[in-house]
Design a protein around this ligand. Structure first.
Ligand SMILES: NC(=O)c1ccc[n+]([C@@H]2O[C@H](COP(=O)([O-])OP(=O)(O)OC[C@H]3O[C@@H](n4cnc5c(N)ncnc54)[C@H](O)[C@@H]3O)[C@@H](O)[C@H]2O)c1
Length: 254
């Protein structure tokens, strides 16, 4: 448990990895700002948290710079500092490239890339003034390689990995670290929705990972907590796979 009461700002906190991150940081004694489009979902997550460390809910979109700036200001007002950020808001669209609606491509880039960048920018302004802070973005193994019917998603996650490097280089001298985690399939509502629609190759994803299963959201949250906190204080500009060995595996599975 930390000595000083620290805070974390989490986008996409209403579901999946963002929710698991909120629970983990709260369990470690952090004040949590839950930011998500889905107001009811963040209210439900807040109700799961230990009230001793405080939480606030802000409903908004990561595509709106003003809403993010206001939410970061609310985090600072409530907790005194903005110590960590986890950018977990994201979407995926599975569709053949040849027929894909360009609007879906733009929307994916807008939420996954611009949204992560805007959240980092809003938090970075406060963190640079504080001369400390740590930002963790959720990338993907699909940011390190291609996948069929996911051109926008793969491009967006590749861009997130690149963003992390540029921000880390620019803000390192100012006291702000920026890293990412790159999960393979994680058992969240996003993946369950794809499974339910019959457009997720669950067997193939599990077969490629030598550990033979999907990740649990808590396992990704644990990596976020490590990268956000003091234990990783000399790590920046890094993308940490949480993938059961997916990226290491060059062997063809049938
Ligand atoms: N689940 C996986 O297998 C997996 C694997 C690798 C990476 N990721 C990434 O992890 C992140 C979280 O995924 P998840 O599986 O927890 O998804 P999820 O769908 O369970 O949760 C995503 C949350 O983001 C919120 N959100 C969506 N658009 C938003 C917006 N414009 N503004 C604010 N909030 C918004 C949603 O309301 C939802 O609560 C995403 O960036 C995703 O691409 C997921």
């Amino acid at each position: 448990m930390q000595d000083r009461h620290k805070s974390v700002f989490i986008t996409g906190a209403g579901s999946g990895i963002g929710r698991a991150a909120a629970l983990r940081f709260n369990a470690e004694g952090y004040g949590v700002c839950l930011f998500d489009l889905n107001e009811e979902a963040i209210g439900n997550v807040a109700a799961e948290l230990n009230p001793a460390f405080g939480s606030i809910c802000v409903a908004g979109s990561v595509t709106d710079a003003g809403q993010l700036t206001d939410a970061i200001a609310a985090t600072k007002n409530q907790f005194g500092t903005v110590d960590c950020v986890v950018t977990s808001a994201g979407i995926v669209k599975v569709e053949p490239a040849i027929d894909a609606d360009p609007e879906n491509f733009r929307r994916t880039m807008e939420i996954n890339v611009v949204g992560s960048w805007l959240a980092a920018q809003a938090a970075g302004r406060v963190m640079i003034e504080q001369k400390h802070g740590s930002i963790v973005m959720i990338g993907s193994v699909y940011g390190a390689g291609g996948a069929p019917q996911r051109t926008a998603y793969c491009a967006s996650k590749g861009a997130v990995h690149s963003l992390v490097q540029s921000l880390a280089v620019e803000w390192g001298p100012l006291g702000v670290r920026v890293n990412a985690v790159a999960p393979t399939g994680v058992r969240t509502p996003m993946v369950q929705d794809l499974i339910d629609k019959g457009i997720y190759n669950l067997k193939g994803v599990q077969a490629r990972a030598p550990l033979g299963r999907l990740a649990e959201p808590e396992e990704v949250a644990a990596a976020c907590f490590f990268l956000a906190g003091e234990e990783s204080r000399f790590t920046t500009g890094h993308v940490l796979p949480v993938d059961g060995g997916w990226l290491a595996n060059g062997y063809t599975t049938s």
